[in-house]
Design a protein around this ligand. Structure first.
Ligand SMILES: [Zn+2]
Length: 447
C-alpha cells in the first residue's frame, strides 16, 4: 500500500496545556476532533527553546550539534559579526534591517544550516517524493526558487515553496501575508495556500507552519491567547474544508500536529551584557529566555570564570560550558559535570542542577554546536533577557530556557506510526512512514 501523504502542522509556541484544554473550552473544535482520532503525548523541545533552533531541529531531526543554528542571535566567528534572526523590531534595527532580512530569509538555510544535516525536504526529494512548505523558516530543499524581491536572489527549498509572499512557486491567489499581523493575516495567508495545495493534492509531504500563536502568546502571556488558538484551528479547518471534511482529510492524509517550544510568563527583565562590561573581549548575545557569552577573536577567556560571573545573577537559572571532554552545568556556584559514556551519562556533582526535561542531552548537544558561545545561559523562571535593541516581553510570555514550561510541546499524530518523545524525532517518523533511509546521524542517537 502506498503511504498516505503527510501534513506536518507546526503551531509556534503552543503549550501542551493549551491544546489539552482545546477540547474542554470548545475554542478549537478541529484540533479537539484530531485529538480524538490521534495519538497524543507531551514531547520535549531542544535547547535553547527558540524558534530558529527548534524549526531547524524539526526539519533535520537533529539538535544544534548537527544543524548548527545556536540561537536567535549569535556571533559568527568566521565572519566576525552578529547574526540576528529577528528577536524584535528594536533588535532588527540594531543589527541592520538589510542584514537581518538576508540572514533570516536566505542565509539561515543557504549558509548557516549545517552541511552534514539533511532536511526532511532533502531526504524526501532524493527519494522522488513531492515536498511542500508554507512559511516554514527551515526550508532547505533540492529545488531552486527565485524571490519576487530581486535582492534576495535564489534559494533551494521544497518543490512547492511558499514563504510570506517572498517566494511563491505557484500562483495561488493567497492574500498578502504582512497586511495585519496582529489580526492574523500571516496565518490567513498560510490557510489560503494550504487550501490551494490540498485542493490540488499537490504534495507527498507538506509543512504547514502557523506563526501567529507565538506572537499573540508573547503579548498576552502563555495559555491566554484563546482567540489566536481559534484562528489556528480555523487554519487547520481550511485544510479539512479543501478535502471535503475532516474525515476525508484523514482518509487522504496522515497528520502530525506539534509546536516547536512552549512559553512561560515574564515578570522581570535583565540586561546581561552589563554584567560583562568590564571583561575585555566578552560578547553577550541575549534574546528571550536564553543567552550566550562569546570570547571574541584573539581573547582567551576562561569559560568557568565567565559562568561564575553570573553566580549571583537572579535572572539566571543555569550556566553551561565545556571543560576538557566534559560539560559543566553551574548554578550559584554549585556544579554538575557530565558527559555521555558507553552505558548512559557519566555524572559527578549535583545532578539536581539539570532537573529539567531531557536536560543532559539538550545541554550537551547545544554546547556541541560549533556556533555556540563559550557559555550558554538558561533563564530563571519569570525572567527574560533584554535583546540587542533592549526589547523584552515584560508582562507577557517568552521561552528559550531549559525549564519545563518553555520546553514541553504538544505532539499529536494521526495515521502515522511510532512515538516521538522529542521534536527531533519527528523527521524520523516521517521518513520511516515513507520508508526513506534516515540520515546517518539519526542512528544510535545516545551520544
Ligand atoms: Zn517566540
Amino acid at each position: 500500500m502506498t503511504p498516505k501523504p503527510v501534513i506536518l502542522v507546526v503551531i509556534d509556541g503552543l503549550t501542551p496545556a493549551m491544546l489539552e484544554r482545546a477540547a474542554e473550552t470548545g475554542c478549537a473544535p478541529v484540533l479537539a476532533r484530531l485529538l480524538e482520532h490521534g495519538e497524543y503525548r507531551r514531547a520535549t523541545s531542544v535547547f535553547p527553546s527558540l524558534t530558529p533552533v527548534c524549526l531547524s531541529s524539526i526539519a533535520t531531526g537533529a539538535h544544534g550539534d548537527v544543524h548548527e543554528i545556536p540561537h536567535l542571535v549569535w556571533y559568527h566567528r568566521g565572519e566576525r559579526r552578529l547574526v540576528e534572526y529577528g528577536s524584535s523590531f528594536g533588535a532588527v534595527r540594531a543589527a541592520g534591517i538589510g542584514q537581518v532580512l538576508r540572514d533570516t530569509l536566505v542565509n539561515m538555510n543557504a549558509a548557516h544550516l549545517g552541511r552534514q544535516a539533511v532536511t526532511v525536504f532533502e531526504a524526501l526529494a532524493d527519494a522522488g517524493l513531492r515536498t511542500a512548505s508554507v512559511n516554514f523558516t527551515a526550508y532547505r530543499g533540492r529545488t531552486t526558487h527565485r524571490s519576487l524581491l530581486p535582492f534576495l536572489g535564489e534559494v533551494r527549498g521544497p518543490d512547492s515553496f511558499f514563504f510570506y509572499n517572498l517566494f511563491q512557486s505557484e500562483r495561488t491567489g493567497a492574500p498578502l501575508s504582512w497586511r495585519n499581523r496582529a489580526g492574523g493575516s500571516i496565518d490567513a495567508y498560510a490557510a489560503a495556500v494550504g487550501r490551494w495545495l490540498v485542493t490540488r493534492d499537490g504534495f507527498d509531504f507538506l509543512v504547514y507552519y502557523l506563526s501567529d500563536y507565538d506572537y499573540a502568546s508573547h503579548e498576552h502571556g502563555p495559555d491566554a491567547a484563546f482567540e489566536t488558538l481559534a484562528r489556528c484551528d480555523d487554519a487547520v479547518g481550511a485544510l479539512a474544508d479543501a478535502a471535503g471534511g475532516l474525515d476525508e482529510l484523514l482518509d487522504r492524509y496522515a497528520l502530525v500536529v506539534l509546536s516547536d517550544h512552549g512559553q512561560t510568563g515574564v515578570q522581570d527583565v535583565a540586561a546581561l551584557e552589563g554584567r560583562f562590561a568590564d571583561v575585555d573581549g566578552a560578547l553577550v548575545t541575549a534574546s528571550n529566555r536564553a543567552a550566550q557569552v562569546y570570547a571574541l577573536d584573539g581573547c582567551v577567556l576562561d569559560p568557568r570564570q565567565l559562568a561564575a560571573a553570573l553566580d549571583q545573577e537572579p535572572s539566571v537559572d543555569v550556566t553551561l560550558f565545556r571543560e576538557g571532554g566534559d560539560a559543566v552545568a553551574r548554578r550559584q556556584g554549585d556544579e554538575l559535570r557530565f558527559a555521555p559514556g558507553p552505558s548512559g551519562w557519566n555524572l559527578s556533582g549535583d545532578a539536581a542542577i539539570l532537573h529539567h526535561p531531557d536536560a543532559l542531552e539538550r545541554a550537551w548537544r547545544a554546547l556541541a554546536n560549533p556556533n555556540a558561545g563559550e557559555v550558554l545561559v538558561s533563564a530563571q523562571a519569570g525572567w527574560e533577557f533584554a535583546d540587542l535593541g533592549g526589547r523584552h516581553h515584560l508582562g507577557g510570555g517568552s521561552h528559550g530556557s531549559l525549564l519545563a514550561g518553555d520546553s514541553e510541546v504538544p505532539l499529536l499524530t494521526v495515521g502515522i506510526e511510532g512515538a516521538a518523545r522529542s521534536i527531533v524525532d519527528v523527521a524520523s517518523l516521517v521518513l520511516a512512514h515513507f520508508a526513506v533511509r534516515q540520515p546517518p546521524y539519526a542512528l544510535g542517537r545516545a551520544a
